[in-house]
Design a protein around this ligand. Structure first.
Ligand code: ZN
Length: 508
C-alpha cells in the first residue's frame, strides 16, 4: 500500500499518515460563509483538498473515505443582505429572506466549484441545522469549567486549556500582546472568545439556556465535526488564515468538551493566493471571484491546473501568463488523449509525488514526462484533470492563423525594400482589432488568438461600475461595448467574422 506522508501543522513535521480506521478515513474542511460569490482565494483549499480526497480514495478505497465540508449560514453579512432586501420591499419574513440568500449563495458555490472539477463532499452540513448540537457542546464546556455565561453570552475560558496556542505555535501571553482581542465588560479575560451571543429582535436567533441568541463561528465546526465524526478523526484542513484563531479555538473547544478524544490527528493548511504578485484586494482592483474568471472564458480546468502547479504550503501567484500556458498544455494533452481509454492505473511517478505531502507540482512534472497517452489520461485524472465531463472548452477548433502570419511576413519583407510600412501597419491594426496578438521579431511573425470577452460580459462590467458609481470606468466599458457591437473591435461573438473580413481584405 502507498504510504502517504503529510505535513502536520500541529507537529510542524512531515509525518507518515495512518488513519484511525482504514475503512473510514475522515477528513473535514472548513467551508465557506455563504454570503456572496467565492473569490479566487476561497477556491484554493477546495482544489487542494479535492486532490487529497482523490488520493485517499485511491489508496484506501473509493468508499472508504468520508469527506465533510460545512456551510456557515449564520453570519452578519447574510443578515444584512436580508434586511436590505426587506427594506427594498421583498416579501417574506426575515428568516425566509435569509434562507433565500443562503440558498442562492450555496447554488453559486456549487456551480463554481463543480466548474473547477471539485467533487462534492459526502456531507455538507449547514450550521443552522446543528444549533442544538452546539448548545449541548457549550453546556458541556460550562459544566467542565471551560466556559461561562455572562450577560446573554457564553464564553470560552482560554486559560482553562493548557495547550491553547499549540496549533499556531504561540503562547497565550504572546497572543495577548499581538492580537487585537476585544475587551468587553462581560469577559473574565480579554482572550476569552464567544461561544454564544445574544440576538436582538431584528436578527435571527434561537432559544438557549443563555437567552435568545446565535452561535459564535468557531463552535460550529467543533459541533458539526463531532456529530458527523465523533471525538476523533483523521485530517482537518483549511486556509492558513484560519489557523488562528479559528482552528486554535476549535481545538480548545473540542478537546475540552471531549477530553478522551484527539479531535483532528492531522492539520493541513494551505497558503494564501496572490494575483500578479500582489495580495488580492478590492482597493488594488485585483479582487475577483471564480465566476469572474469563468465568465471571462477561462475554463475551470485551466484554473485548477494553475492552482496545482504550486505546492499547497507555498503562497501561490495567479497570473494571466500562467493561465495562458496552462491552457496550451491542457489543449495539447486533451488532443493527445482524445478517444483513448485511460490506463487501469495511474503512473507510479505521479502517485509517488502526490503521496509525498501532496506534491502536485511534482505530479504535474511527472505528467509531462509520460509518453503513453492512456497512462497520461489515468494519471492526470488522479489530479482531477482531463476528466471526460470537463473537456468541452477544448473542443472548439483552434483557428489556423498560419496563412495570416505568412502574409504579414511577406508584407514586411516587401516593406523592407520599399520603405513603405503602411500596409504592414494596416494589417497589424486589423489583426489587433480582431483580437489577435501579433509578435514580430527577426525570427519571424507569430500570431496567437487572445481570449475575448463577450459583449454581455462587458455590458455587465459597465453596469457594475455604474452601481459602484464609478462613472469613469463605466464609460470606458461602454465605449468598448459600442465598438464591439459596431464590429470595430472583436468580441467572443464576432471574432470569426472579423478574421474572415481580414482574409478578404488582405489575403485575396
Ligand atoms: Zn471551521
Amino acid at each position: 500500500m502507498t504510504q502517504i506522508r503529510l505535513r502536520n501543522t500541529m507537529s510542524r513535521q512531515v509525518q507518515d499518515f495512518a488513519p484511525i480506521d482504514p475503512k473510514n478515513v475522515r477528513i473535514y474542511l472548513c467551508g465557506p460563509t455563504v454570503y456572496d460569490r467565492a473569490h479566487l482565494g476561497n477556491a484554493r483549499p477546495v482544489v487542494v483538498f479535492d486532490v487529497l480526497q482523490r488520493l485517499l480514495r485511491h489508496v484506501y478505497g473509493e468508499s472508504h473515505v468520508t469527506y465533510v465540508r460545512n456551510f456557515t449560514d449564520v453570519d452578519d453579512k447574510i443578515n444584512a443582505t436580508a434586511v436590505k432586501r426587506r427594506e427594498e420591499g421583498a416579501e417574506g419574513t426575515l428568516e425566509d429572506l435569509i434562507r433565500a440568500r443562503t440558498e442562492e449563495t450555496i447554488a453559486w458555490y456549487h456551480a463554481d466549484m463543480d466548474a473547477l472539477g471539485a467533487a462534492r463532499p459526502d456531507h455538507e452540513p449547514r450550521a443552522t441545522d446543528y444549533i442544538n448540537a452546539m448548545i449541548a457542546m457549550i453546556e458541556r464546556l460550562i459544566e467542565g469549567g471551560h466556559a461561562y455565561a455572562a450577560e446573554g453570552h457564553a464564553l470560552f475560558r482560554v486559560r482553562s486549556y493548557k495547550d491553547y496556542g499549540r496549533l499556531s505555535g504561540r503562547s497565550v501571553d504572546d497572543m495577548i500582546a499581538g492580537a487585537r482581542v476585544e475587551v468587553a465588560p462581560y469577559k473574565e479575560d480579554p482572550m476569552d472568545f464567544v461561544l454564544w451571543k445574544p440576538s436582538d429582535d431584528g436578527l435571527p436567533g434561537w432559544d438557549s439556556p443563555w437567552g435568545r441568541g446565535r452561535p459564535g463561528w468557531h463552535i460550529e465546526c467543533s459541533a458539526m465535526s463531532y456529530e458527523l465524526f465523533g471525538d476523533s478523526f483523521d485530517i482537518h484542513g483549511g486556509g492558513i488564515d484560519l489557523q488562528f484563531p479559528h482552528h486554535e479555538n476549535e481545538v480548545a473547544q473540542s478537546c475540552c468538551a471531549h477530553p478522551h478524544g484527539e479531535f483532528a490527528r492531522f492539520w493541513l493548511h494551505n497558503e494564501m493566493l496572490q494575483v500578479e504578485g500582489k495580495k488580492m484586494s478590492k482597493s488594488l482592483g485585483n479582487f475577483f471571484t471564480v465566476r469572474d474568471l469563468l465568465d471571462e472564458g477561462i475554463p475551470g480546468e485551466v484554473i485548477r491546473f494553475v492552482f496545482l502547479q504550486t505546492h499547497y504550503s507555498k503562497p501561490m501567484d495567479w497570473t494571466a501568463e500562467k493561465a495562458r500556458q496552462a491552457e496550451a498544455t491542457l489543449r495539447k494533452w486533451r488532443a493527445a488523449v482524445a478517444g483513448i481509454e485511460p490506463a487501469p492505473a495511474a503512473a507510479p511517478s505521479v502517485i509517488a509525488a502526490l503521496a509525498d505531502d501532496l506534491n502536485t507540482a511534482g505530479a504535474i512534472a511527472a505528467l509531462h514526462a509520460l509518453s503513453d497517452p492512456a497512462e497520461l489520461k489515468a494519471s492526470a485524472q488522479m489530479l482531477g484533470l482531463l476528466l471526460e465531463d470537463m473537456g468541452e472548452w477544448a473542443e472548439a477548433p483552434a483557428v489556423d492563423l498560419s496563412a495570416y502570419a505568412e502574409h504579414l511576413a511577406d508584407l514586411r519583407a516587401r516593406a523592407m525594400e520599399t520603405k513603405d510600412f503602411a500596409p504592414v501597419d494596416a494589417m497589424k491594426q486589423a489583426l489587433a482589432a480582431a483580437g489577435v496578438e501579433v509578435r514580430m521579431s527577426k525570427a519571424g511573425v507569430e500570431l496567437s488568438l487572445k481570449r475575448l470577452d463577450s459583449v454581455k460580459t462587458i455590458l455587465a462590467r459597465e453596469l457594475n461600475a455604474r452601481v459602484r458609481e464609478d462613472f469613469h470606468e463605466a464609460e470606458a466599458w461602454g465605449a468598448i461595448a459600442r465598438a464591439m457591437l459596431a464590429g470595430e473591435q472583436a468580441s467572443q461573438e464576432n471574432q470569426t467574422e472579423m478574421l474572415t473580413k481580414i482574409q478578404q481584405d488582405f489575403l485575396q
